[in-house]
Design a protein around this ligand. Structure first.
Ligand code: NPG
Length: 358
């Protein structure tokens, strides 16, 4: 058993009841660093999953890191370039090595990335519920806690009416939907109907490889489309924007190969006048600390999915991240990601451990 979730999280591709992830702890002569892999138990959100990430790290990436010797984090992407894809696995080590480097220098990840705020605006992503009443109750609860934006997961058949019910109950809130690629262009009518609900955005309606189809759908809608799964890095972001496939981008550092590439995605979008926000993958406090630093960069102008620890876990792996009543969470100010696993907590939920040496 991994970390139990406070409630099951259902998306159009499946239901999660626990969090099981790989954590990399790198040790240098001077410091340790932590990186959390965002892959999950199954290859459903993306092609990567815990088994593939474990294999990529132990068989290819860690040996390449050791062969490279005294390598700086900024050069790691080059060291890993011989491995195609496997971005979640690469992100784990890039982030961990960068964390160690920054801890040694006494610099916070936020400062390193050019973060411009000490607190970030937080939204919450709500899984598909059995009933509309249950959804309304969850929305009310999260708004009461202060969350600044509500995102509803949708799937075919559980979309327009659900959204209309929430919009009717809360006319003024920032509201968005996320389809996790569950629709095709033949469903365009669903999204035309959603145009009347004044959504902040519709996230990833179509298959992740359907960039041209997203552009076609965007031309038919007033509501902004946002891409998540489709954006594997800065080049994808530039192409999607140029083709008119989206007007907003969800940046998940784990999905694009780590915080260094995430910064490039941020920059490409900023230069094109496209706002970004920080996505989430039900991360523990390690990944959450990383995301909070990223979300403090200037072009993260929309509230992200960086919710408080208590929204996910009865007990986090780190000291919990807490939402202030104004709907913000503080960016860790300590060196590196500014958070570490609580040793007893980590020990009690570790399922498998492997030590790799040069
Ligand atoms: O708050 O961390 C969070 C979850 C936000 O909805 C969320 N994540 O499709 O973006 C997503 C979804 C997700 C969760 C995807 C887990 C994959 C795994």
């Amino acid at each position: 058993m991994g970390l139990p979730l406070v409630r099951p999280f259902r998306t159009s591709f499946g239901t999660s009841t626990e969090k099981v992830c790989i954590l990399a702890r790198v040790e240098t002569d001077h410091a340790e660093g932590w990186g959390e892999c965002v892959a999950d138990l199954e290859p459903d959100f993306s092609a990567e999953w815990n088994g593939s990430a474990w294999g990529a790290i132990t068989e290819f990436l860690a040996p390449a890191l050791f062969r490279a010797g005294d390598v700086a984090a900024k050069d790691l992407e080059g060291v890993f370039a011989f491995v195609r894809g496997n971005r979640m696995a690469k992100a784990t080590l890039v982030n961990a090595v960068l964390d160690a480097e920054l801890r040694e220098r006494g610099v916070s990840l936020g400062a390193y990335l050019g973060a411009q705020r000490e607190r970030v605006a937080c939204g919450v992503s709500i899984g598909i519920t059995d009933t509309t009443d249950a959804l309304r109750a969850q929305v009310d609860g999260y708004l009461g806690e202060g969350y600044q934006r509500i995102k509803l997961k949708i799937e075919p058949g559980l979309d327009v009416e659900r959204v209309e019910a929430i919009r009717a109950a809360h006319p003024g809130i920032l509201l968005s939907v996320d389809a996790n690629a569950a629709y095709t262009l033949a469903d365009a009518d669903v999204f035309r109907r959603l145009d009347d609900s004044a959504l902040l955005m519709v996230e990833q309606p179509l298959h992740f490889e359907d960039i041209a189809q997203h552009a076609s759908l965007q031309r038919q809608l007033r509501t902004d489309l946002c891409l998540d799964e489709s954006i594997r890095g800065a080049a994808d972001a530039a192409a999607a924007i140029e083709l008119g496939a989206c007007r907003i981008v969800n940046v998940k550092q784990g999905r694009v190969g780590g915080v260094l590439e995430a910064r490039r995605v941020h920059d490409v979008c900023r230069d094109a006048g496209v706002p970004v926000w920080c996505g989430g993958m039900l991360e523990t406090g390690i990944g959450r600390a990383t995301n909070l630093a990223l979300a403090a960069m200037p072009n993260f102008t929309l509230p992200g999915d960086t919710s408080a620890s208590g929204r996910y876990f009865p007990e986090d792996l780190t000291e919990p991240f807490v939402l202030a009543p104004d709907g913000t969470i503080g960016v860790p100010a300590g060196p590196g990601i500014g958070a570490s696993p609580l040793p007893d907590r980590l020990e009690s939920c570790t399922l498998r451990r492997e030590t790799l040496r040069p």
